[in-house]
Design a protein around this ligand. Structure first.
Ligand code: G3P
Length: 233
């Protein structure tokens, strides 16, 4: 993904299921085109292939399994995500936790085939340990603030700045994102000021009365100027 970025986790909100999500994805991609902002979409697994064909912005999965393609009914190996058109995946979201030993297998397997990994951390200790697995990105998201009205950037700014420090100390190659309750341009600007390279969010856009307006507002919080780095399409 290009940085700084706004990563939109669709979760499985009713507002994004099926055609509603396809339509939103097209509208979000159009905003990315108009503004030049880096937007990443994370639809449910059932919609990755369709949305990846509809839009040119990166599409990430919400989860991946460490299994090999083969007799693994109901699981999602990295290769299946790649074939579906995903550019990367979230892993270890607080709503879909993953065992350390699974991540030790799945993160390098994703990277080997060119899928980028955004690993989510609930707290500082988890972020520091995750950094040793060398995902491209770690998103620090205190679970108690997810889906709430107060952004992590307001409620717990020190958690973000300490996460940035500790992740950098553990692995300087990992890019830090943050999320939980992010809703406005002010939240995005604060996230960047605290040392992150973007935000991971859901409710502030996908539950908004005007999702396009909400996304456009968030983009206004990004620093102006050229993206610093491109890591995938
Ligand atoms: O993955 C993003 C997420 O968990 C944060 O959710 O609804 O607080 O933006 P939300």
């Amino acid at each position: 993904m290009r940085l700084p970025a706004i990563v939109l986790n669709f979760k499985t909100y009713p507002e994004i299921l099926g055609k509603k999500g396809w339509d939103l994805a097209k509208r979000f991609a159009a905003i990315s085109d108009e503004t030049g902002a880096s937007i990443v979409l994370c639809p449910p697994a059932t919609d990755i292939a369709h949305i990846a064909k509809l839009v040119h912005v990166p599409v990430f999965a919400q989860h991946v399994d460490a299994v090999e393609p083969g007799p693994t009914t109901g699981w999602t190996p990295p290769e299946a995500l790649l074939e579906a058109g995903a550019a990367g995946t979230l892993i270890n979201h607080s709503e879909r936790k993953v065992a350390w030993e699974e991540m030790a297998k799945s993160i390098p397997r994703c990277q080997k085939i060119g899928l980028e990994v955004v690993a989510c951390a609930d707290d500082l200790a988890e972020a520091e340990t995750l950094a040793k697995f060398a995902p491209e990105y770690i998103a620090i998201e205190p679970p108690e603030l997810i889906g709430g009205d107060v952004s992590v950037t307001t409620a717990k700014p020190e958690v973000i700045s300490r996460a940035v420090e500790r992740i950098r100390a553990a692995n300087p190659n990992v890019v830090v994102l943050c999320g939980a309750g992010v809703r406005t341009r002010k939240d995005v600007a604060k996230a960047i000021e605290l040392g992150t390279s973007g935000v991971l969010l859901a409710t502030g856009v996908l539950k908004a009365k005007d999702p396009e307006g909400a996304l456009t507002d968030l983009i206004r919080g990004l620093p102006s100027g050229a993206p610093r780095r491109t890591r995938s399409r």
